[in-house]
Ligand binder design. Structure first.
Ligand code: AMP
Length: 313
């Protein structure tokens, strides 16, 4: 356990309505900050802090579930009104999803206020919120070691100037392949990565769902596969769990060397894999540290090849 390098996570806390091939699930605990903090807390126990907003309808018991995992919820504001709500429908093969409804509710007026006790957090994860709010968070924290951010197509196309400012203020951007292509205007991901890194973040992770994830940094490109699973139930929150696992590992190690971030990529992929094994965050809420340790061992076997790939003479 290492609580000397706290991780601050800012983002949505939600009720999700999920139309899955296996059935319809209503009022499921969701939101990017929820998934990311649950994932991070499994890796970095006792040092994850979440900042977000919920409405009067949000059960205290849900915050209790986060606290039970060691997540500090003192930065979660409770506002008058209803909690942010998202409704999505997945295709039969879970490969695509359609947003049927987004109700911002109390999230519409969300202006993150970082509690004084959280402003010195050395690791910061900015979930997918308005880029101006992401910058507002950066302005409230004191010289962090690493600031990471997520974003989405909505902001890439709708708020390009504000997003350009975010890119200048962060160290790590974690986005999916479609977002990388849209942000750069370049289809080839290696070229897209070079273009995006020139705009600010020295570190870039491009997630490719079941096809793994790529890291681009000064040491070059690095790839981690998705952990192969027989049963995938619900991809909701996988990207946020990936980012939470990545940042949780970096925070627990307290440094961001090329080797440490390469190891963090495996923790990120492992947390993403647990997330998709349950509806909503159910599996993440049930996973234990021994479960994670076992998955990491299995992951290590998946990619183990002896380390020598020199051409035979
Ligand atoms: P992911 O599957 O990683 O894209 O994350 C899904 C989560 O993001 C769900 O739990 C939603 O509640 C949340 N979400 C969906 N749309 C938005 C949005 N516009 N802003 C913030 N969070 C959102």
């Amino acid at each position: 356990m290492n609580s000397s390098n706290p991780l601050l996570i800012v983002g949505s806390i939600a009720f999700d309505d999920l139309d899955m091939p296996t059935g319809e699930y209503r009022d499921v605990l969701g939101g990017a900050a929820t998934y990311a903090s649950l994932a991070a807390s499994l890796v970095a126990r006792g040092s994850t802090r979440v900042v977000g907003v919920v409405g009067a309808d949000f059960p205290e018991a849900h915050l209790g579930e986060l606290r039970a995992r060691g997540v500090d919820t003192t930065g979660v504001e409770r506002a008058a009104g209803r909690t942010f709500r998202w409704h999505g429908r997945y295709s039969a093969d879970l490969a695509s999803r359609t947003t049927l409804d987004t109700q911002l509710n109390v999230f519409a007026d969300f202006s993150p206020k970082i509690p004084a006790a959280h402003r010195a957090s050395p690791f910061v994860l900015l979930g997918n919120i308005h880029p101006k709010l992401q910058v507002a968070v950066v302005e409230q924290v004191q010289r962090p070691t690493l600031v990471a951010a997520d974003t989405m197509n909505f902001w890439i196309s709708g708020e390009p100037a504000a997003l350009a400012e975010v890119l200048k203020r962060i160290d790590l951007l974690v986005i999916n392949d479609e977002e990388a292509r849209e942000l750069s205007g370049i289809h080839n991901l290696v070229r897209a990565a070079a273009d995006i890194r020139k705009r600010g973040p020295k570190l870039l992770v491009i997630k490719r769902g079941e096809f793994g994830a790529l890291l681009f940094d000064d040491a070059g490109a690095f790839f981690v596969p998705a952990y192969p699973l027989e049963d995938v139930l619900d991809p909701t929150g996988a990207g946020d769990s990936f980012a939470g696992g990545l940042m949780g590992y970096l925070a627990s190690r307290g440094e961001v060397s090329p080797l440490v971030i390469r190891k963090a990529m495996f923790f990120a992929a492992a947390l993403g894999s647990f997330c998709v094994e349950g509806i909503g965050p159910s599996r993440l809420l049930a996973v234990t540290r021994p479960d994670l340790a076992a998955r990491m061992a299995s992951f290590a076997r998946l990619v183990e090849h002896g380390g020598d790939l020199t051409l035979p003479s």
